[in-house]
Write a protein that binds this ligand. Structure first.
Ligand code: 6LW
Length: 492
């Protein structure tokens, strides 16, 4: 059985391609850089983060992008030795961009903007005669109706020239649920299939399908749409939708898609945000029949230790920074990671580098020297939603920020060289306020508990966020340095 989640932690809007016997999967990254991680697998079980598409800020221009904007859903495809990633950089001057590479680990091209694609979730497909089609979710972009969905649209494009060859044509927009989006086109047998998401990325998320004899349609919907939804069920994996179809090593088929694992008595709080899942697909009367998305947790304890005595520690592709690159925020100096702070975590450009929290039970720690400034360890959703254990000299302060409201807890420690730690675990069972809440977050300094908090305030639902929990290191004032960063997580 394939593991589920397939890629845990903040990995929304997955798209996948099988090329030369290997699978390559990409996800969306919003205001974070590097953008659009590329994961590789040969068996759909073991995945390696081999690189990122957007490693240079100018590829995606995120400096001033609003929270929630940035790199939205990408599509990855492969044709004649070239990998293509097409994506809309939302609320940014870049618009719809196509990146290419011959090596999916990178480097990727600077990216060509495709004029005439006014919307999100662009898909790329070619007909036998080489005609390239971009199918996308049309969005109104001027006047009061900004963001109004215009349904699934399509244009033929000249990829080299970066332009649409015609005005958008409307295709098929689902069963009438809100937000028809995430279209993908596939040819199978005599049919072209159009797979979409509808219902919105929250609990109503669903997958629907239509088919036609041409890539331009007309498309006829499957009579029993949606073919997949967790809406109204008590399944542990919710919000399932935004899917991409792929052939499996056993000759079958599967969908990779996003979902969430909400915790608490009323299944309400998802600390990790939107993750990547997979589900097998069978076919009946030429229509795809995806199975419900069920958990299949890996047994292993996942451990990552970054000792900054290794000067390449920061080059591992999983490090993230906000609207800039990790290397422009932090550097390895004399065997320690050094960060100089100019702003707090409530600033759109904080000096923060972090990694996706990938397990519901996890411990993250780092040893800081805060004799020259203020900084520490933080779990972040956005500028208004984060929790941190911060050292300044021998004072350690837990700071909890929720929608701009802040509360603090403080202790004094013997030296300014102190181990900071966060321990996350699912809520207790039973019928009491803790059980109804989110995960438990314990914040410690030198193994001394400074505060224990209800994690519901740093979840995708409470933060109304497209991203997930990113845990990392920061400085808000002066210069601090870290000897290490340790992550240990399990879903068991
Ligand atoms: C993504 C779209 C969506 O592009 O949100 O809610 C966008 N649905 O499919 C960001 O994830």
């Amino acid at each position: 059985m394939l593991p589920n989640p397939l890629l845990s932690g903040f990995n929304p809007d997955p798209s996948i391609v099988l090329a030369d016997g290997a699978y390559y999967l990409v996800t969306s990254t919003f205001e974070y850089l590097p953008g659009i991680p590329v994961y590789r697998s040969t068996d759909l079980v073991t995945w390696t983060h081999i690189g990122n598409v957007a490693t240079r800020p100018e590829q995606v221009s995120l400096e001033d992008v609003a929270t929630g904007g940035g790199v939205w859903a990408p599509t990855i495809r492969y044709r004649e030795g070239v990998f293509y990633v097409i994506v809309t950089i939302a609320m940014s001057p870049r618009g719809c961009v196509v990146f290419t590479a011959t090596d999916p680990a990178g480097p990727w091209s600077d990216g060509i903007t495709i004029d005439g694609v006014g919307g999100i979730d662009p898909d790329l497909a070619w007909d036998d005669d080489g005609t390239a089609y971009v199918t996308f979710s049309g969005l109104y972009t001027n006047g009061e109706q900004v963001g109004q969905h215009l349904g699934i649209q399509q244009v033929r494009v000249d990829l080299g020239a970066g332009k649409a060859l015609e005005p958008p044509r409307s295709l098929w927009s689902g069963t009438g649920l809100k937000f028809p989006e995430a279209p993908h086109l596939y040819r199978r047998g005599d049919y072209w299939y159009l797979l979409i998401a509808e219902g919105g990325t929250e609990r109503g998320h669903s997958v629907s399908v239509a088919r036609g004899s041409s890539p331009e349609g007309p498309f006829v919907g499957y009579p029993a749409n949606p073919v997949l939804s967790a809406c109204g069920t008590s399944r542990p994996i919710q919000n399932t939708g935004h899917a991409d179809l792929v052939a499996t090593p056993d000759g079958g088929a599967a969908l990779v898609l996003l979902g969430m694992r909400p915790l608490g008595g009323t299944q309400s709080f998802s600390p990790l945000g939107r993750e990547t899942f997979i589900t097998p697909v069978s076919w009946a009367d030429g229509w795809p029949q995806p199975e419900p998305v069920l958990p299949a947790l890996r047994d292993a304890v996942d451990e990552e230790v970054f000792d900054f005595a290794d000067r390449f520690a920061l080059e591992e592709p999983g490090w993230l920074a906000i609207r800039t690159t990790p290397g422009s925020v932090a550097s390895v100096v004399d065997g320690r990671l050094s960060i100089t702070g100019h702003a707090g975590l409530d600033d759109p450009h904080p000096q923060f580098i972090g990694r996706r929290q990938r397990h519901l039970t996890a411990t993250v720690s780092a040893t800081i020297d805060a004799s020259g400034g203020a900084g520490g360890l933080a779990a972040r959703y956005d500028e208004d939603h984060w929790v941190a254990v911060e050292a300044r000299g021998t004072i350690v302060t837990v700071r909890a920020q929720v929608a701009g409201l802040e509360q603090t807890w403080q202790v004094t420690v013997p030296t300014a060289d102190v181990e900071l730690r966060m321990e996350m675990s699912p809520p207790p069972t039973g019928f009491n306020s803790a059980a109804m809440g989110g995960d438990r977050i314990r914040l410690l300094a030198s193994s001394r508990l400074v505060a224990e908090l209800d994690g519901r305030y740093w979840t995708a639902e409470t933060c109304a966020s497209f991203t997930g929990r990113v845990i990392g290191l920061y400085a808000s004032q002066g210069t601090v340095s870290f000897a290490d960063f340790r992550y240990r997580g399990t879903d068991r």
